[in-house]
Ligand binder design. Sequence first.
Ligand code: NAI
Length: 709
Amino acid sequence: MALNLDAVGKKLGPVTRDYTWKDVVLYALGVGAGFSNLEYCYEKDLKVIPSFSIAAIFEFLTKIALETELNLAGLLHAEQELIFHNPIPTEGTLKTEGQVTDIYDKGDKGAIIVGQSETWHSNGEKLFTSIITLFARFDGGFGGKNAPKNEVVIPDRQPDIEVEDQTSEDQPLIYRLSGDVNPLHVDKDFAKMAGFEKPILHGLCTHGFACRLLIDNLVPGQPEKARRMACRFSRPLMPGDPIRLQIWKESDGQALWRVVNPKTGDTVIDLGVFEYGDIPKDEVRFDDRVAVITGAGGGLGRTYALQLAARGAKVVVNDLGGSRDGSSKGSSSAADKVVEEIKAAGGEAVANYDNVATPEGGQAIIQSALDAFGTVDILINNAGILRDKSFVKMEPENWQAVLDVHLHGAYHVTRPAFKVMKEKGYGRILMTTSAAGLYGNFGQTNYSSAKMALVGFMNTLKIEGAKYDVKVNTIAPIAASRLTEDIMPPDIFEKMDPEFVSAMALYLCSERCPVNGSIYNAGMGFFNRAGLVTGPGAVLDGGDKDFPSAEDIRDNFTRISSLKNGREYWQLNDQVGDVLTALTAPPQADGGETEAAAETPAGAGSVSDYFDSMPDHFVKDAAAGVDVVFNFIISGGGGGEWHCVVKDQTCTVNQGAADQATCTIKMGDTDFLDMMAGKLPPMQAFSSGKLVIEGDVMKSQLIEKIFKQ
Ligand code: NAI
């Protein structure tokens, strides 16, 4: 059967895998660790050998092979590269997604299949990237391009370090328990059928030995310093054979390596690269992400482009190069200059000069990202013009031109980008609104309308994108640019460097962005969130009349207008739900001054009040992918039992304990209320024994994340 060449680019996963410290130790024992590496084998101060990562995603790796429909009889693991972004925790849940990135043809020698995947931990951190190369011996000759050459050259000199270790006769029996249960490594008859005298050692087991020894010799006791490990598998090793690891130190933080079987002189693993050093902690990075920024030839867009590129993104710099009011013909020089700046700083970028204000222009902008970089992950709708006039003087052409660039422009570019993002299951879109739209500004009815319409656009697109991990947010910047130079007083203008804005734009476009459908003001170092808050309102049934009258509205206007205990809604249905609830149980709000009440948590006077209001504390965005049941057993006079089910970004709370809970939280009633009021930190409660957690302790930590105080 021929290879399925359509497998290239198709999203695979997510595949999730729960693991505990026992899996970590089992892997370590499988790759030869023991008392001499107790840090990998004892749950006290346990560390994880970084190559555990590849064993932990074994199920995902088989998906890559299966998707291409290769002939399994000819399958060999040819090369493996691992890039570590964060140290691997000793327990948790891994989520892996990826795709087949290339299929190469080596004629009658076979085919080369390359798959890339990213793995995230349940703590939200991206842990590692795996690039696997499979050799499909019987699948070549389909007329495809040849594979690029591996550029690694092992030096022609004695190694700087040589160390030996010993595999045991039983090594594959232990290693296979970490995931790869291929009978080739355990069953004599099967091994004979495959052309081997006896079961062979897993190539990834030898790889694990090498990883452990590389760390022992280059960063002793600090597996968290492994940054990248790549190699090519050459020959199998037999269980019981010795291992010799040869290391050549190349530069600070980089070594080349090879594994040799000292008994036969055979090279078992070749062309090894190991990079080590401190992993920059918690840096917001965009490596391998493709970003499109409209209107990036100057002002804010230019700053976004430079900073995204500096943090690893490949950037499409779009700019028509027109005048401030969009009336003059465009020039390519603005976009070209920014591309030059990015390249001079070592980044990757291409220019695009299309007009966002037409459907063809929008399509062409996204096409230039696909042509240059193969995809689009980030879109910042930033292009803008101004045509300010007081309302009576606002002629239709000035009204239209501004809507065309800001609102229709965002539609034209977002539509083709969203299609790509939805298909790949990832995307970040940023709309650019303005304080003029959010709050109003004299002489800008056209601009305010367009800018506020973008908020409406976001409100619905965020819902359509949510299940594909496409997040849509909005920034309201204040920055020095040609749009503001004659509006702001010179002394304030000087303090409005666009770099004060770009930090927020970048965070909202990052993988770790925690929000979807939010608006942030950013400028001059001041950041805050703007939201649409809806008050609890009042139900007026008109008394003995059929309908409430204008006088009823007048008499209850304070209550109707109050935003005290107001709410932000995720979508229309939520608001309609509240209306229906209010109609069945009218609230007794006393009205009061307008307040930013969204930040005020609903009152929780007793334990039972807390559980009644628990769904109000639920942070839907933080619960993406969470599927848990929490039992709460609260002792004391005010206590009781409740369970909370979080699934598909919804939360339901009911009395009584569930039969099968992910974890059970046990506390006294007063401690519980103190903790919920923020007076008793959860960690302190746990370490002092006031909080007892049974079941999956890791998942219990989600409570803090998905319920705001
Ligand atoms: P800017 O004028 O420096 O940048 C806008 C860029 O968009 C220009 O380079 C322009 O050539 C480009 N552009 C205009 N029409 C285009 C079209 N049809 N197709 C492609 N490119 C086009 O202005 P600035 O200040 O950097 O503005 C960026 C965005 O931020 C705009 O959407 C603006 O409305 C918004 N904004 C800016 C504020 C500020 O304080 N600078 C305040 C609130 C919002």
